[in-house]
Design a protein around this ligand. Structure first.
Ligand SMILES: *[C@@H]1O[C@H](CO)[C@@H](O)[C@H](O)[C@H]1NC(C)=O
Ligand SMILES: *[C@@H]1O[C@H](CO)[C@@H](O)[C@H](O)[C@H]1NC(C)=O
Ligand SMILES: *[C@@H]1O[C@H](CO)[C@@H](O)[C@H](O)[C@H]1NC(C)=O
Length: 375
């Protein structure tokens, strides 16, 4: 923890120094303010007070939250408590977020969950893939969800030379093609360590990569990002409106990657061998964090930081804002970008993810609260 603290101080110091650099100010969107856009039927979720960085919703309406992330340079409202995983059943009339019990033997004290992904195998067993930020390394933890006890059984820890000591690999997902307990999955990663993450912020080094991981093969499939974040896969191709519109072949799948500091979303074609070809880059005026895809429409929902500098230099009187964008038809010449929700931090600070299911929207944050809305 001492080390994390000193790294946090380093982060804050660098962020403060950074005020001098116009480039950095622009990259962090230091001076952008948002006009509030409210949604009518929203309330804060009870029990989430110290961040819910990632939220993943299963097709059956079960939503999983990673909570309590500690990250160098970022504020924390519960710095002494380790992180956890919560579940909310969106089929209930008034859904509640319940903490998931984790099987014995797993080191809960150092658990620092960041990005999560879900995977359902052929027997309908649900697995959670959770990126765990330990002090100087990163692991991916695989859990099996046991619905009856509402608990998680720890199955396995994935470590790999492309994962340790990388700062911001955010999460993983599977491509659904494998039925074993360790499905093929790519994981974003960076070649840089803690300190060079900040160097990257200053010097725009484009050091982040997207790495594909499977039990048989690990490879870099896309490189040269400022920050490779929020990796998502397009939904079942038959629902993909872009495919229909542009008359793509049946086997067409997309991978979306958010480049947070470059304010961009990259769209890739995914090949059968998991190689990626870039199709498009969409520029936005905000720090794009996690992406989620509405399985019913193919729309991309993005949790964004309109003024990223406030995330690092936390001032309760001038907190970071929240912003949720919906992007429709990203592959066409004129994608529709709608700001669905925006708040100056008086309700919700530092939105990192927005995820939808059957008319319900969940918005998570880096270190603040989480919002449940009916659309
Ligand atoms: C957030 O991003 C990670 C990848 O960085 C991904 O695994 C996860 O599914 C994303 N969350 C949502 C809700 O899409
Ligand atoms: C896929 O990428 C690898 C490098 O990662 C390259 O060697 C290979 O030729 C590529 N395959 C195809 C089909 O593009
Ligand atoms: C945020 O907006 C609310 C009104 O929606 C206002 O009362 C408050 O002063 C604003 N806060 C900041 C920090 O601008």
């Amino acid at each position: 923890m001492g080390r994390l603290l000193s790294l946090s101080l380093l982060g804050i110091t660098l962020a403060l120094l950074g005020e001098k650099f116009l480039v950095l100010r622009n990259r962090l969107k230091a001076s952008r303010e948002v006009e509030s856009i409210d949604l009518l039927n929203c309330h804060l979720i009870k029990g989430i007070e110290a961040g819910s960085e990632d939220i993943d919703i299963l097709p059956n309406g079960l939503a999983f939250f990673s909570v309590g992330l500690k990250f160098p340079g970022l504020h924390s409202f519960e710095s002494e408590r380790s992180g956890g995983l919560l579940m909310m059943d969106l089929n209930e009339a008034t859904p509640r977020a319940l903490e998931l019990r984790i099987s014995r033997g797993f080191n809960l004290a150092s658990f620092n969950p960041h990005g999560i992904s879900t995977f359902i195998d052929d027997d309908d067993t649900i697995y959670l893939f959770v990126v765990n930020h330990l002090e100087l390394k990163i692991t991916v933890e695989i859990f099996k969800y046991e619905e009856e006890q509402n608990s998680l059984l720890h199955i396995k820890t994935i470590r790999h030379e492309l994962l340790p000591r990388k700062l911001s690999p955010e999460a993983v997902y599977d491509d659904g093609s494998s039925t074993i307990h360790l499905p093929a999955m790519p994981a974003p990663s960076q070649r840089v360590g803690f300190v060079s993450q900040y160097l990257e912020t200053y010097f725009n080094l484009h050091w982040a990569n997207v790495v594909y991981y499977s039990p048989d093969e690990v490879k870099v499939v896309a490189e040269g990002f400022d920050t490779a974040n929020g990796i998502s896969i397009s939904p079942d191709k038959k629902y993909d409106p872009c495919r229909n519109m542009l008359n793509f072949p049946q086997s067409w799948w997309f991978i979306y990657v958010a480049d947070m500091l470059a304010h961009e979303i990259h769209v890739f074609e995914k090949h059968a061998n998991m190689n990626l070809t870039q199709l498009k880059v969409l520029k936005l005026d905000t720090l794009v964090d996690n992406l989620s895809i509405d399985p019913s429409s193919g729309d991309i929902w993005v949790g964004c930081h309109p003024n990223g500098q406030k995330l690092f230099v936390y001032d309760p009187n001038n907190p970071p804002s929240s912003e949720v964008l919906r992007i429709q038809n990203i592959l066409t010449e004129t994608p529709t970008v709608t700001t669905v929700y925006a708040n100056n931090g008086s309700v919700l600070q530092g939105s990192s993810v927005a995820s939808v299911h059957a008319g319900k929207l969940l918005i998570g944050t880096l270190y603040h609260r989480a919002l449940y809305c009916e659309l």
